[in-house]
Design a protein around this ligand. Structure first.
Ligand code: 5GP
Length: 176
């Protein structure tokens, strides 16, 4: 991809809003009355999480977790570390992880092992986007928004070197 070129729209804000509503309906059916804990992965999931929780009409709590910034531009290394951990215990809680994108799957795999040690009652994943063509480890996505092509995407929380997070649509660079 070429961040010098203009970003082109892959998923419009209207498509994203409809999909967030669809995901909220699915999550409401499964978690109503369970007081789940939603864990957002910073920073990429912050806009998705903000929209999703406002469509969930039942009691819930939220936490955030951040990993070392191991990605520079569109390149990633495989070394992952927690830089901001959860502030409250999760043992016995029904936990739903909120991800912006599952790419190689290494981040979620690492998070799963980290969270399992904290003994939640249940642990599921909601991902706005999935890029299955790049997977290195298997990941079960319980609630999925969109499957995306093997393109580096930005916008709606997703960045390239901290830029483009604020774009309301999900965009890519170059040809599809
Ligand atoms: P994984 O560990 O599954 O390879 O990648 C997870 C993280 O890498 C995501 O949470 C996201 O921060 C980043 N990432 C992976 N693919 C993309 C992409 O296409 N665009 C952006 N902006 N970030 C990505």
């Amino acid at each position: 991809m070429s961040p010098q070129s203009e970003p082109q729209v892959l998923l419009t804000r209207q498509e994203i809003a409809a999909t967030v509503n669809r995901l909220a309906t699915e999550i409401m059916k499964d978690y109503h009355g369970k007081n789940p804990l939603l864990i957002g992965i910073l920073k990429g999931s912050f806009i998705f999480m903000a929209d999703l929780v406002r469509s969930l009409d039942f009691p819930l709590t939220m936490e955030f977790i951040a990993f070392s910034s191991y990605r520079r531009g569109t390149q990633s290394s495989e070394k992952i570390q927690v830089v901001q951990d959860l502030r409250s215990p999760i043992n016995g809680r029904d936990v739903l992880v909120i991800e912006d994108i599952v790419d190689t799957g290494l981040t979620y795999d690492f998070l799963l092992q980290h969270l399992r040690k904290k003994e939640p009652a249940s642990l599921k994943l909601c991902a706005l986007t999935d890029k299955p063509s790049r997977r290195k480890v298997p990941v079960v996505i319980d609630y999925l928004g969109f499957t995306v092509p093997n393109k580096f995407i930005v916008g709606y929380g997703l960045d390239c070197d901290e830029k483009f997070r604020h774009l309301p649509d999900i965009c890519f660079f170059g040809d599809i």
